[in-house]
Design a protein around this ligand. Structure first.
Ligand SMILES: [Zn+2]
Ligand SMILES: [Zn+2]
Length: 368
């Protein structure tokens, strides 16, 4: 095994430096991951241009790899051994709070880097912190005792397993949070990897109508959405989406609206509230980048008896189900894994994800 580990380190906005770190000692309760695939998503695009805090960070929070070295206690506790292919959640929980006990590591204080900088989160933790290897854009990653790890099902390739983060989000948001089920009519706003995985989850759950919206640059993504079971796709630059939704539903509207736009601000909420059925629909939203919402449709939400849900990552079970879904072969995941990049091309890789609509899921492969 190499004595040094090469890592891509974000040192400033749009700036990557390659650094070498010492191969860490692995105590009994920890392990070392040989990173096979690190997925790149919209969050990477956002934080590569506008880092949320100063200081060097090894990015990469959607990580698949092989257990390269595992301490004795780690093996006993996790039921894993060297050579196992695993998915590592980016949340590193405290394992003590109510949320961790429920498998909701995403809600644990320890994983909330905004409020609790001492917490750990793969892809977000400062590279100065020992033993440094806390991100997937590197050859190896250090797995402390409280890492949350899922075994990749047999037969699922590392590259396809790399889609598990958006797939888990799809299951969490559509099925667990918005309770999409048999005969539901769903609006999915945004056809990126999150929107496509929400499409798969809704189709699998039995939704009777799936409408996916996008813009002109999303042509290829919209085609994939149709292959995954979307009944209608709407280009919001060419058609009035609300008019079209009402036409499709005979004026009745929809049961659920999911915001998978990652950055369209208040627009998906405004469209969702209008597009939902007369009473009792469910609206999911993303709002972290929306500090103010001057014309928030409070009255309408109350009057239509709408349930509002915030999109906040995924829990343990949705990851397990996400991996099973990807391994099921029911949907052609190869339609999503459109781009592969080597570690040295990480800068271009992140910008490619933020650029053209042709990139759906990009995999960073540190050993290619
Ligand atoms: Zn992500
Ligand atoms: Zn916790």
């Amino acid at each position: 095994m190499a004595e040094k580990v090469t890592a891509a380190v974000r040192t400033a906005p749009q700036t990557t430096e390659f650094r070498e770190y010492d191969m860490p000692d692995i105590p009994d309760e920890a392990a070392l991951l040989k990173v096979e695939v690190a997925g790149i998503c919209g969050t990477d695009v956002k934080f590569y241009s506008k880092p949320p805090f100063e200081g060097p960070v090894i990015m990469g929070h959607e990580n698949i790899g092989y257990i390269a070295k595992a301490g004795k206690v780690f093996q006993e506790r996790k039921g894993l051994k060297e050579g196992d292919l695993v998915f590592v959640e980016h949340y590193v929980g405290c394992m003590n709070c109510e949320h961790c006990h429920r498998g909701d590591y995403r809600l644990c204080m320890f994983t909330d880097w905004r409020k609790f900088p001492e917490g750990l989160r793969f892809g977000y933790t400062l590279a100065e912190r020992e033993p440094h290897l806390f991100g997937g854009f590197a050859q190896y990653m250090y797995l402390p005792w409280n890492s949350v790890i899922h075994k990749v099902p047999d037969g699922l390739s590392p590259e396809f397993a790399g889609v598990v983060t958006p797939m888990a989000n799809g299951i969490q948001w559509a099925l667990f949070d918005c309770e999409v089920g048999y005969d539901d009519r769903v609006l999915i706003q945004g056809p990126g990897q999150q929107g496509l995985c929400n499409t798969i989850a809704c189709k699998q759950a039995g939704a009777s109508l799936i409408i996916v919206t996008g813009t002109s640059k999303d042509k290829k993504r919209m085609e994939v959405a149709k292959k995954f079971g979307a009944d209608y796709v709407i280009n919001v630059e060419e058609e009035d989406p609300l008019e079209r939704i009402m036409e499709i539903t005979g004026g009745e509207g929809l049961d659920v609206s999911l915001d998978c736009t990652a950055g369209a601000g208040t627009i998906p909420t405004l469209l969702g509230v209008e597009a939902l059925k007369r009473k009792g629909g469910t609206l999911q939203f993303q709002g972290e980048d929306v500090p103010e919402f001057p014309n928030y449709p409070m009255g309408k939400i109350a009057n239509k008896y709408i349930t509002v849900k915030a999109a906040r990552g995924h829990n343990y079970e949705s990851c397990e189900l996400g991996l099973k879904q990807l391994a099921s072969d029911r949907f052609d995941i190869g339609l999503m894994t459109t781009h592969r990049f080597s570690l040295e091309n990480v800068h271009d890789a992140i910008n490619a994800v933020g650029g053209s609509g042709d990139v759906i899921h990009a995999s960073l492969l540190p050993w290619e």
